[in-house]
Write a new protein. Structure first.
Length: 311
């Protein structure tokens, strides 16, 4: 399950992108602007990994989603451990919002939902995720000013495109409407995501950093994108080895092309097909136990009649 990454531009057509800074007073030398311009290419590459493209189309196997959640748990555990370590360090302290942003506890709830009470004994950190985790720990302990890049890249995306990814996962995996399994995307302590993102960027721009440090932060943000792409590629390889999962009695999932509302299979899955749609009525009727029993009896009688006729 990828989290939507912080991106350089806004726009509804691009799930991983989110709104531009609305404050017209930003300067080209503001860190938020430098990050926006400096990570465009990395963002485009990350967005076009096969795992992300499949996820956005709802082509996500439950087992793979669980593994993605595991990867996020280890990543955010490392990030938040280092943020806690540097919460009083002036190079990062203004961006410390544990109540509003921290995701580790939410991810633990998701893993408990997917794996059960003993989820900690059932998960392990993958190779690609471990490399990401090691880098975060190195930064937190030796170059804490670079934590800004990792926090910005992850959390701002979670508050934006991540909210769309939540709906995609909930629908594709038939997760409960009570949001179990997707607590990672639920920010109960942020009432207005757009206002909070503006606050976060303003605080980031106000950090007392020289030009060289800002450039290093941009470079680190590009590294963060590369680590995420490595995790995506790893998940994609695992996904290709997983057996296809049955989708609600074997009906195909919409392929993401065209108008999904015109696909009877997809509409039936969402419960949005027209009541007068023959497909919807037939599928709904066929799922009734009594009807299934009658159909089975009719088939038995028909088979007996056919055998009698042949003899």
């Amino acid at each position: 399950m990828p989290s939507a990454l912080e991106s350089p531009e806004g726009g509804e057509k691009d799930i991983l992108h989110y709104e531009e800074i609305e404050d017209g007073a930003v300067s080209p030398m503001d860190l938020s602007e430098l990050l926006k311009e400096g990570t465009k290419e990395s963002h485009d590459r990350a967005e076009n990994t096969q795992f992300v493209k499949d996820f956005l189309k709802g082509r996500i196997k439950k087992e793979l989603f669980k593994l993605a959640t595991v990867a996020l748990y280890f990543t955010y555990s490392a990030l938040e451990e280092e943020m806690d370590r540097n919460k009083d360090n002036p190079v990062f302290a203004p961006l410390y919002f544990p109540v509003e942003l921290h995701r580790r506890k939410a991810l633990a709830k998701d893993l408990k939902y997917f794996y059960g009470e003993d989820w900690k004994e059932k998960i392990q950190c993958s190779e690609a995720t471990q490399q990401y985790v090691d880098r975060i720990h190195h930064v937190g302990q030796h170059e804490p000013e670079l934590l800004v890049a990792h926090a910005y890249t992850r959390y701002m995306g979670d508050l934006s495109g991540g909210q769309v990814l939540k709906k995609v996962a909930q629908r594709a995996l038939k997760l409960p409407s009570t949001e179990e399994g997707i607590q990672f995307y639920v920010f109960d302590n942020i009432s207005n995501a757009q206002q909070f993102k503006q606050l976060y960027r303003a605080r980031m721009n106000a950090l007392d950093l020289d030009k060289n440090t800002k450039e290093r932060i941009v470079e680190e943000a590009n590294k963060a994108f590369r680590f995420n792409m490595q995790v995506f590629d790893e998940l994609d390889k695992i996904g290709r080895s997983l057996a296809e999962e049955a989708q609600d009695g074997g009906f195909p999932v919409h392929d993401g092309k065209g108008d999904i509302r015109k696909c009877p299979y997809y509409a039936d899955k969402l419960g949005t097909a027209s009541p007068g749609c023959p497909f919807h009525a037939a599928v709904g009727l066929a799922r009734q136990p009594l009807v299934q029993l009658v159909l089975a009896a009719c088939m038995a009688v028909a088979a007996g009649a056919a055998a009698w006729y042949i003899l």
